[in-house]
Design a protein. Structure first.
Length: 230
């Protein structure tokens, strides 16, 4: 929080937050889709539908197929059909409304903004399919958005890999001021922020992340929620 109060020679410091898995918990979005998938399969696969109806956020893992397997759905054909159903909904505006904050994130981000920092939400969500839903979700959850000193930066196309996008954009954030802190739930993204902005405080939010992450740069700090942050 101290870094959010800094005034650099270029003005207010810039604090960067990823969305999914960093300040937003998207597991309720996954659960909503699982329940819809169960209803869709209800007549053809009633036993599977019953299993999916019992899905809860604490039973959701990073991968959709892995989550199905944890729910006892082992049929590869159902996996393939389920992934198609999930992909059409998970990466689209309407279902983002199910997301909730990571514990303490809203108050922490608001405190950074009130301390005078420029708040940037830098996400791998894409402009055509998820920008409007992301803006509405941030607003409805009480995060500062749509006001001077905030930015929502999304990737231009769905197919662009998240790491490639963030590697391209991270240096450009210097146009807004000196980047003093960055939060992300992917070790690779934390590392690239330290490459682009060696003086920034980089925080790895240890929630859910993609399989086989690279080693985390030892300069990064690690948190699990924002509740313990001063």
């Amino acid at each position: 929080m101290a870094r959010a109060r800094e005034r650099t020679p270029r003005g207010p410091g810039v604090v960067v937050f990823d969305l999914d898995g960093t300040i937003m918990d998207n597991r309720p979005r996954m659960v909503a889709i699982l329940h819809e998938l169960g209803a869709f399969w209800g007549d053809r696969h009633p036993e599977v539908a019953t299993r999916l109806a019992k899905a809860r956020p604490d039973g959701v893992v990073y991968g959709f197929i892995e989550t199905l397997e944890l729910l006892g759905v082992d049929d590869p054909e159902l996996h393939q059909e389920g992934v198609h159903f999930w992909r059409q909904r998970f990466f689209a505006d309407p279902h983002i409304r199910h997301d909730v904050e990571v514990l303490g994130a809203r108050d922490y981000v608001r405190a950074c903004y009130q301390a005078g920092a420029t708040v940037v939400y830098l996400t791998g969500r894409d402009l055509p399919n998820m920008a409007l839903g992301s803006f509405a979700s941030l607003r409805d959850l009480g995060f500062p958005i749509g006001v001077v000193g905030t930015e929502l930066v999304v990737k231009p196309a769905f197919d662009m890999p998240d790491v490639e996008f963030k590697r391209m954009v991270a240096p450009e954030l210097a146009r807004l001021g000196d980047v003093v802190a960055a939060f992300d739930n992917e070790a690779g993204n934390c590392n690239l922020f330290l490459e682009a902005h060696p003086a920034c405080t980089t925080i790895f939010v240890d929630t859910q992340y993609a399989p086989d992450p690279p080693p985390l740069d030892p300069r990064a700090h690690v948190i699990h929620t924002f509740e313990l942050e001063p």
